[in-house]
Design a protein around this ligand. Sequence first.
Ligand SMILES: [Zn+2]
Ligand SMILES: [Zn+2]
Length: 230
Amino acid sequence: MSLFIRVCPICGNHIPQRTPVCPKCFQRIKSESLYLSFLNTCNRCGMPLLAKEFSCPRCRDKEDLENTCFSQSFSQYEGLIKRVIKHYKFQGDRTLHILFCDLFELMLEKYKQESYTLVPVPCSLSSYKRRGWDQMKVISDEMKRRGYPVFEAISRENRDIELKKMAKSERDETIDGLYYLDKKEVSRPSQSLLIIIDDVITTGTTLRYIRDMLYSVYGGQIIGMSIVMD
Ligand SMILES: [Zn+2]
Ligand SMILES: [Zn+2]
């Protein structure tokens, strides 16, 4: 019998096994999920909608609708999940990657009839230096361990920028060349759908850039998926 006792990072209760959070908190995280609560989604951007005929709040005010990348997020960046992500990224509680993989698995349920490959977005150099590990690499390694196909095609330059604070035109200019394909010699995975995975999607600039880059080399259908959208 294992004597290992872990404390739930959310409520502080003891967890008898090696689980990332207690069952109660896991249920609360699921109950706060937009993805699980709304069955309808915007065809264009993937935003969960109360009903199919509702106009999408995310697409309503967008200038470049044509360029939108379809993406799905488990939750908005608020409530419990926000606390958990902060705990993971800023307090360095690596064991929480198990929880994020569980959430990705819940989302991937929808695609179980399709063949797909996951493409993780690498973190910035400053995050890597601060933390000593890449939060998406830890997640994608665990997904690989669980048997999901992962294609680590994307690398990131050593420039440190914060796209979120920039105007759109500045973002587009800054992101140019920031990410690149470092495995061009590797042919496209045979799976038809490429799913770009990231922990947080904010402006969508990174997602669109990587989508376009992957498309220019591999073609086919490419979508995004994240734990939260901010
Ligand atoms: Zn708990
Ligand atoms: Zn939309």
